[in-house]
Design a protein around this ligand. Structure first.
Ligand SMILES: Cc1cc2nc3c(=O)[nH]c(=O)nc-3n(C[C@H](O)[C@H](O)[C@H](O)COP(=O)(O)OP(=O)(O)OC[C@H]3O[C@@H](n4cnc5c(N)ncnc54)[C@H](O)[C@@H]3O)c2cc1C
Length: 496
């Protein structure tokens, strides 16, 4: 079925988010220069806000039944007004674009005081600050001296927790690439493990660092990926901010603003095919809402341009006609995405505080790292997040959600026996199993910085590419907004 003006007018209003957000107007005319935005994550929402403000007719097509993509605040099943972020969490005070939207849209945000860092604990754990540890089933509170070390480690390897040790070497590598930028390309064919071996790091230390790495494997990730990420994080500022009520507040406000400016949202629309000529695109999606032509009907919508923010991990399953140029297709097919699985436990935090466990525990258990994700010292309850990436995540992802929660609760109580009977609810999120993400975020495996990176943002005919995977200077959510800014400029300069 082709979708045209007649169908827009005939569609039940509920299909459009615009209606649920209080904007009653459906499309009333079909100007020739419609732009479709694929994906209502923060990149797509920003593109929609800016292009509609500039007078373009914008239609956003989104596979999920909500906006925000990898930004999603989870409030249920938790009590005590506590909540967690399933995806994008930490906001640096250098996130000028993101905080600019919050300011403009009257969405509250506040700085998180360092001493109460809960949501901010990932940054701290990266440096091994305020972090406890479990090695070989023994719990070491924050700032413990491990002598003798439970593993055969000596010198700094024994003194620093694995994330802090990795940070030490990354700082040295960063100094090298800052002094000699062409070093990046020399490092790209090396895995991070091989680059560390060149510093004389022991195999034991490398395998322990692998546990808390935000990539799939220390043996496959390019040595360049953590350096690029460190450079991007440096641009994110020094303090951690938090959106009041959770990050979903921001993306919802952006969607509301876009709808007010006339943007139409089609939710539960799973894009399956993108056909294009030099100056037009046809997008075919499976309508999972059942409101157009019955459940699973294939609907086609046309436009002059497409801004595609779909992660490449998902886009590789979408048919292109004609196929994308080979180098672009290779980037879409091969770009690596980190698997991340989280399990949330809400329960008493009295014992956690009493034992001085700080804002996170680095562990050599299958749960990998455990963060305090909500609540602060002195609160009766808190939410603790077990965070697994890469190989650890793959094991957990093979289980059903229910089985994973049971398994993880058992592991949690084994690791922290004083938490037995203290957990009141659990929840889990696998980003690799999420059909609209197929992973948490993009990274480069060996050699991909050289071969794939130049192709990530290249325009193909009327198709522009945005999203965190195409960002170059800023991390995560701010990177997604950086990409949106670039694409809006591209669209403005291209002759429509
Ligand atoms: C576990 C985790 C922790 C993170 N922590 C941080 C952090 O602390 N700080 C930070 O800055 N960033 C963090 N990030 C990264 C941040 O969340 C992302 O970079 C950002 O949200 C990506 O936005 P985006 O718009 O590029 O992509 P997305 O949010 O993924 O948007 C793409 C949209 O496309 C839709 N889509 C996909 N396929 C289709 C299809 N076939 N048809 C229609 N629609 C489709 C998706 O549903 C989605 O809504 C984290 C991410 C994860 C997963």
């Amino acid at each position: 079925m082709n979708i045209n003006r007649r169908h827009f007018l005939a569609l039940p209003g509920g299909l459009f988010l615009a209606n649920t957000l209080g904007c009653s107007s459906l499309i009333t005319a079909q100007p020739p220069k419609r732009i479709i935005v694929a994906g209502a994550g923060i990149a797509g929402l920003s593109v929609a806000c800016e292009l509609s403000r500039l007078g373009y007719e914008v239609v956003v097509i989104e596979g999920r039944d909500r906006v925000g993509g990898r930004i999603c605040t989870l409030k249920e099943p938790f009590t005590d007004d506590q909540y967690v972020e399933l995806g994008g969490e930490l906001i640096g005070d250098g996130y000028k674009r993101l905080l600019g939207y919050a300011h403009k849209l009257n969405v509250g945000f506040e700085e998180v005081p360092a001493e109460t860092l809960t949501g901010g604990n990932l940054a701290a754990s990266r440096e091994g600050i305020n972090t406890a540890a479990i090695f070989k089933q023994k719990l070491y509170p924050v700032n413990s001296i491990m002598a003798p070390h439970p593993y055969p480690l000596t010198g700094d390897e024994a003194k620093l927790l694995p994330p802090a040790l990795l940070s030490k070497y990354l700082r040295q590598m960063l100094q090298e690439v800052t002094a000699n930028p062409s070093r990046m390309r020399e490092l790209d064919p090396l895995s991070l493990a091989d680059a560390l071996r060149q510093f004389g790091v022991s195999e034991t230390a490398i395998s322990l660092m692998n546990i808390s790495l935000n990539y799939n494997s220390i043996e496959t990730v390019s040595a360049v990926s953590p350096l690029l990420d460190a450079q991007r994080r440096a641009s994110a500022g020094t303090k951690v901010c938090r959106i009041t009520g959770g990050n979903t507040e921001l993306v919802t406000a952006m969607a509301r603003q876009a709808a007010k400016q006339g943007v139409k949202f089609i939710l539960q629309a799973n894009i399956r095919k993108i056909s294009y000529t030099s100056n037009a695109v046809k997008i075919s999606f499976r309508d999972n809402s059942g409101r157009i032509n019955g459940i699973n009907a294939i609907v086609t919508i046309e436009a002059a341009k497409l801004v595609c923010t779909i992660p490449f991990s998902v886009l590789r399953e979408v048919e292109f006609s004609p196929p994308l140029p080979p180098a672009k297709m290779k980037a879409v097919n091969e770009l690596a995405y980190t698997s991340i699985t989280k399990i949330y436990f809400q329960g008493s935090r009295v014992e956690w505080d009493r034992r001085n466990l700080g804002s996170s525990i680095w562990t050599d258990t299958p749960l990998e790292r455990i963060f305090t994700a909500a609540g602060k010292r002195g609160d009766a309850r808190g939410i603790f997040t077990a965070w697994m990436d890469g190989e650890g995540s793959n094991i957990a992802d093979k289980m059903s959600d229910e089985k994973r929660q049971r398994w993880a609760k058992n592991e949690f109580e084994k690791a922290l026996p004083f938490m037995q009977g203290a957990i009141v609810s659990t929840h889990t999120k696998s980003w690799a199993n999420d059909e609209f993400a197929c992973g948490a975020y993009a990274h480069f495996t060996r050699g991909q910085f050289t071969t794939l990176q130049p192709m990530l943002k290249t325009v193909v005919g009327p198709i522009h590419f945005a999203g965190e995977h195409t960002a170059e200077k800023s991390p995560g959510m701010e990177g997604a907004l950086e990409s949106a800014e670039r694409v809006v400029a591209e669209v403005l300069t291209a002759s429509l």
